[in-house]
Ligand binder design. Structure first.
Ligand SMILES: *Cc1c(COP(=O)(O)O)cnc(C)c1O
Length: 233
């Protein structure tokens, strides 16, 4: 067995354990393989071993890999998305995790309309208000979502995404996830027309078990499957 298959098994087993701990069905949690900087042949191996969805943070990289893998995977745009790069991914992505500003929403809507399809998006929330992080502040979220839903009919908001602080303090990380889940439920209860609060994208290699315990439905896992890479190349 290859390293990749062993690592995927390990992550899946951890998903089951974390789900069992809080009486959740592990099937409710999507394991998104974060494949930034990973070669196509390695991605192929992960697909063979049951990964169905992959996440990229650079639109041109997504575009290139999509050209080779196509619809054998579902493609997710994670991480900051520059407005002028929406055009590379608009006809390829199943879900955009990083809707974080009105200008981006406008561009996604425009591009989506030009190809005649709706685009599913998660609103990225900056729960911890770290300056280095992108995302809408919790107190601005309702207004942002209502405005998006009202103006941009091609955008289907289906949930929220956040990045936890890069911290060893488990309680601090858990508090961020718990807060996002609470906000998620609040927005859900508002039943905003055109908005469906279904997905909660939270948890990465270092903290996905905590995220699952706190209600995550999509975990974004790179390092634990593909090993350490230099993300800055
Ligand atoms: C790289 C990245 C991940 C995966 O991080 P790992 O720690 O390697 O699992 C998840 N989400 C986003 C937005 C990323 O950029």
């Amino acid at each position: 067995m290859s390293d990749i298959s062993v690592r995927i098994d390990q992550v899946k087993s951890n998903i089951r354990d974390a789900s069992n701990k809080v009486n959740r069905n592990p099937e409710e949690v999507l394991l998104l393989g974060v494949t930034k900087t990973v070669d196509v042949d390695v991605i192929e191996e992960a697909l063979e071993y049951g990964i169905t969805d992959v996440g990229e943070n650079k639109p041109q990289e997504l575009q290139r890999k999509y050209g080779l893998i196509g619809n054998r995977a579902k493609w997710h745009q994670i991480g900051t998305l520059q407005t002028n790069k929406v055009k590379y991914i608009i006809d390829k992505v199943d879900l955009i995790h990083s809707l974080d500003r009105m200008g981006l929403a406008e561009e996604i809507n425009k591009r989506a309309d030009s190809i005649g399809r709706d685009i599913r998006c998660l609103v990225q929330v900056n729960v911890s208000k770290e300056e280095t992080k992108h995302g809408i502040y919790v107190e601005d979220l309702e207004t942002f979502i209502r405005e998006c839903a009202d103006k941009f009919k091609r955008i289907k908001i289906v949930g929220l995404m956040t990045m936890a602080p890069d911290s060893d303090d488990e309680d601090e990380v858990r508090a961020i996830f718990r807060k996002l889940k609470e906000v998620f439920e609040n927005i859900k209860n508002m039943s905003i027309e055109g908005v469906e609060m279904k997905e909660l994208s939270m948890g990465m290699s270092g903290d996905y078990q905590i995220a699952i315990e706190e209600g995550s439905t999509i975990i974004r896992v790179g390092t634990s499957i593909f090993g350490k890479r230099n993300y800055n190349i």
